[in-house]
Structures are given as structure tokens and as C-alpha cells.
Design a protein around this ligand. Structure first.
Ligand SMILES: [Zn+2]
Ligand SMILES: [Zn+2]
Length: 304
């Protein structure tokens, strides 16, 4: 599982910092979190494949997180079409795309499902496939905003083929039954249970994406135990009053959320343009949560 950050700037793009957009690569498909202006260009610059985007999760409708959406959909249509696209976001996203489609005349020759979210006080599943699920929860911003969490479905542990053979199960359909979690009867008439031949399942990997919110206890509930949390850090804590007024978090608060949620790693982004040097934000966050990393544009992080 890989996370590629396309933009780390809040509000406006500045040289070296684009607007919000993060690609999660899992198996052979992508999930895109937010789609600020320029997202399509960054995707192409990094030679990612737009048609591999199967799900787009938009945190909220402010332009720095959504202005890139019509362009990206139109671009997917131009080059290598998608077979199916699901777009998840706050109420209003459907109307926004319909108006844009009508007046800007962009087309998508592939099915698009739009799922609109209402206020969610608890984390709830908003997307589920055979590979992974995505949950969402309401954040605390100036307009309705949602945090998202990606959870890989648990995978069965590795099958010990030699052991299965010694227990009288030969290669073939019976091995597949065991691998899929069903018990079988061996050649000698003995029942073999999956737990006899399967190693412990690997822990599922998880990723949380939280941006454009004041400090919020719901963020902790969503990110609980995540392998990686991307959290906004728009301001230093000395500008806490401004953060509250504009519906944002400070680096100190991002570190506090990571600590309270017990995540393995925190990656900060969505920096105010007032900070050309990010070291003060970094110092503030690591004082609370040592496993902090300052996210950079076009950086790829692996979740092992
Ligand atoms: Zn923003
Ligand atoms: Zn916003």
C-alpha cells in the first residue's frame, strides 16, 4: 500500500506546494482523497494512471479540495476511460457536478455513482469492495466536512502446503477450501481445520485522512490505531484563535490527535502559505507525537 501526496498547501497553491490531493495505491487500483485545482496535472506528471482511480473521497466542497474534480473526470474520459467511478462527498457534490456538466459540457462515457454524506457522529462505512472498506465521520469546519479512513480487508494467513500434504490433503480443490477458511476431510478420513494449516492472518493496514477541521474528538474515533494518519496542520499554536475562527488545526493539535488515537505514524500537510519554513510546525508536532513526518508534494510513503 502506497500513499502519494500531490499537494500540501492550504487555500492557494504556492511554488513547491500544490493544493490537496492524495493518491492511495492498493493492489491495482487507486483511491483519491480530495481533488484540488491541479490534481489532474500532478497525477499525469507523476505518470500515475487516471483510469485506475476507482474511488474519490472529497472531504468538503471548498475549492482547494474540489476545484479539480470536473477537470479530472473529463481527463479520465479523454485518455483511458474508467470502467466505474464512485465519488463520495458532502451533500451538494451531486448538484455541483450536474451544474458543471450541464454548463461546462464535460462528459463521462462511463458510469459514475455519487454518494452524498449527511452528518455522521460515529465512524460509518461509506464504501465497501472485495478488497477494502472506507469509513467516514463528520469533522468540525466552517461547512460540512468529512474525514475518511481506508481499511484493507483481513487477508488469510499463508497456507503451509507441505504440512497439509503430510496431513493427507493433496494439492487441488481441497487446498483452496482450506485457504478460503473451510474445513475439509483428508484422504484418511480425518477433519482438517483451516487453523491447522494456515499461519496467523497478517494485521490489516489502515490509513486515515483528516483535513479542514478544528481539534475534534470525532477525528480520534476515526483514526484510532491507524498505521498512518494524514492530518492538517495549517497553523502554529500561537495562532490558535485564527485556527478556531477559520475551522483549522494547529500542529500541536494534529500531534495531540495522533497521540490520542494511538496511530503509528503522523504525516502533516495543508500548511498555510505564511510558513515558507516548516520547521516550527514540525518542532511543535514532534514535541507531542515523536513519529511525525512533514508531508512534501510528490512524496510517496509506503505502509508495510
Ligand atoms: Zn483547505
Ligand atoms: Zn476548507
Amino acid at each position: 500500500m502506497e500513499i502519494t501526496i500531490l499537494g500540501t498547501s492550504s487555500a492557494i497553491p504556492i511554488p513547491g506546494r500544490n493544493l490537496s490531493g492524495t493518491v492511495l495505491k492498493y493492489e491495482n487500483e487507486y483511491v483519491l482523497f480530495d481533488c484540488g485545482e491541479g490534481t489532474q496535472f500532478s497525477i499525469r506528471k507523476l505518470q500515475l494512471h487516471p483510469s485506475k482511480i476507482k474511488t474519490i473521497c472529497i472531504t468538503h466542497l471548498h475549492g482547494d479540495h474540489s476545484f479539480g474534480l470536473p477537470g479530472l473526470i473529463s481527463g479520465i474520459n479523454y485518455s483511458n476511460k474508467s470502467d466505474f467511478l464512485t465519488i463520495i462527498g458532502p451533500v451538494g457534490i451531486k448538484e455541483l457536478l450536474e451544474v458543471s456538466q450541464k454548463h461546462q459540457q464535460f462528459f463521462a462515457d462511463f458510469p459514475i455513482e455519487i454518494r452524498e454524506l449527511d452528518f455522521m457522529n460515529q465512524p460509518g462505512i461509506v464504501y465497501d469492495s472485495n478488497l477494502y472498506s472506507i469509513s467516514a465521520i463528520s469533522l468540525n469546519h466552517r461547512i460540512p466536512a468529512f474525514g475518511y479512513r481506508f481499511d484493507e480487508h483481513p487477508k488469510a494467513g499463508k497456507l503451509d502446503v507441505d504440512l497439509a500434504e503430510r496431513l493427507g490433503v493433496q494439492k487441488g480443490p481441497l487446498l483452496r477450501e482450506l485457504k478460503e477458511g473451510r474445513s475439509v476431510v483428508s484422504e484418511t478420513g480425518k477433519t482438517i481445520f483451516p487453523s491447522d494449516v494456515l499461519a496467523e492472518p497478517k494485521p490489516s493496514k489502515s490509513f486515515s485522512y483528516i483535513t479542514d477541521t478544528r481539534y475534534c474528538s470525532r477525528s480520534v474515533a476515526l483514526a484510532k490505531g491507524s498505521d498512518l494518519l494524514m492530518h492538517e496542520a495549517t497553523y502554529l499554536h500561537e495562532l490558535k484563535a485564527k485556527a478556531d475562527e477559520t475551522g483549522h488545526s494547529t500542529a500541536f493539535e494534529a500531534g495531540t490527535i495522533a497521540k490520542e488515537a494511538g496511530v503509528k505514524k503522523l504525516v502533516l500537510f495543508h500548511y498555510s502559505a505564511r510558513y515558507p519554513n516548516l520547521n516550527p510546525l514540525y518542532r511543535e508536532a514532534i514535541a507531542v507525537f515523536p513519529a511525525t513526518h512533514m508531508g512534501n508534494d510528490f512524496e510517496t510513503l509506503r505502509i508495510e
